[in-house]
Design a protein. Structure first.
Length: 207
């Protein structure tokens, strides 16, 4: 009898973890996002030379892009609407970013002349991310941190098209955002696999 109760309790805990983004493909998707974001921010924050960009291209396409997109599809199949929509969206973003940067090598004069378009593009992603942030206010502190700092990063990148200092600041905020995603990935992984509760994974309800 006690064994059956323990099994039922374990199942309930596992379901709770899944609903809060801590099981299945959630940690993988967060690592795809966080690792790739940090790599790009090495350049944006001017910690690395721009010659590092080809490495970022490769990871943006396969890890941050394709990997995260697959994680999103798996979350949607599982019934996690928020996780699936977010992962698939940012996975597609990274694949689109790779293609955009790749094409800019062939047409640099057109790419660098479209400053207004790039500003609006980053602003649109900031707006999209702000919409996701509202949902995280009923998820947990980890996700709230990731999406709030990502809104700031996209906003600074939009301003950074015209101002180098804003772009430089975006590198620091983006690195913090990516690092937060990596932390969240391991926090959810430890919760699901080891039962260890790190700060930020507890459910919140601010709305």
């Amino acid at each position: 009898m006690n064994q059956n109760q323990n099994q039922m309790r374990s199942g309930e805990e596992a379901s709770s973890v899944l609903l809060n983004g801590g099981g299945g493909s959630g940690p993988f998707g967060l690592l795809c996002f966080g690792m790739t974001t940090c790599m790009l921010m090495f350049i944006t924050a001017r910690w690395s030379e721009k010659t590092f960009l080809p490495t970022v291209f490769c990871y943006a396409l396969f890890y941050g892009g394709f990997g995260q997109f697959v994680a999103g599809i798996l979350e949607l199949i599982k019934g996690n609407t928020f996780g699936g929509t977010a992962f698939a969206s940012y996975g597609a973003f990274w694949m689109g970013w790779f293609l955009l940067e790749y094409l800019s090598i062939s047409h640099p004069e057109t790419y660098h002349a479209a400053k207004t378009g790039k500003t609006l593009w980053c602003g649109l992603w900031a707006f999209l991310t702000a919409g996701f942030f509202v949902v995280t206010c009923r998820k947990n502190g980890c996700l709230m941190t990731i999406f709030s700092t990502l809104v700031i990063t996209f906003s600074l990148l939009a301003a950074g098209v015209w101002n180098d200092n804003c772009e430089h600041a975006a590198g620091y905020w983006g690195f913090f955002c990516g690092s937060s995603a990596i932390y969240a990935a391991f926090a959810f992984l430890y919760k699901a696999e080891l039962g260890i509760l790190l700060p930020g994974v507890q459910p919140v309800a601010f709305l």
